[in-house]
Design a protein around this ligand. Sequence first.
Ligand SMILES: [Fe+2]
Length: 298
Amino acid sequence: MEIQYKLLSPNFGVEINNIDCSKEISNSNLSIINKLIQEKHFIYLKDQSLDEKKLSNFAKNFGKLEVYPEKDKTKKFKQIFNVSNVSPEGIKLEPNDQRVILQKNNERWHTDSSYRFIPSYLSFLYGLEVLPPNVKGGETEFSNMLLAYDSLTKKQKQKFAPLHQVHSYNDIRRLEPSMPPLSHEERENFPPVSHPLIRVHPDRSFKYSLFFTSNTSQEISGMTLTKGRNLHKWLVKYVSNSKFCYKHKWKKNDLIIWDNRVLLHRVKSYDYKKYKRVLIRATVAGKNYVLGPYSNKI
Ligand SMILES: [Fe+2]
């Protein structure tokens, strides 16, 4: 059966109604989903019946899966990342537990695995346990970086073109100092990397988008520390404008997919002590390093 879908917002996002992600997907449907990802960047599939294995199997249709930097956040499959304030035994974690602190860090705008030299392509996030429907918070919000770039002034575009940001997995500890240090091996595997602030997309006729995060470093390179921090602060506020954003309100068994190359995301704050929120994520690795306006073309 051919895929049926509807638009979720004027600027990006679609809901697909008639796909069972636990089953094998036909090649023709796969190519429709790939096209929708490219054009609409965010996909919502409700009432899915997935577990770690089924989620990995479905995500593998779109490429190679990433393995996570810290061993203790994986479950049965090392390609599955827990986005959860609950222990594997089902017990709500204490607010000072490093896994909860890491969840709180996700309230900052970011793209998944920007700390890699080749950052991720797609994220697949599945809701096992979510907040009650009448409770505010816990939504995942997205901001469209293609739109955000297009809406900059000509002067801003020129100013941002040569700038970079340093992305470092270890820098999460700088923002969240109560987290225990990474092991030597973990640090060795994920050294800081630098990406251009303006990302060039060869598969979109070399269109430009903004590309930055606020969950690790809070500076922009290529300017003084104060100016870099001020610009970073300005960017965070700028991309939070509702005209670039779409918010996903979770229901149990929702699956969402997004393109990390062009969307930023963050979780909206919720009462971590009161409510359980258990999601699992698989992430498809990117294929190319981030090109900027001054990069040599591949
Ligand atoms: Fe994330």
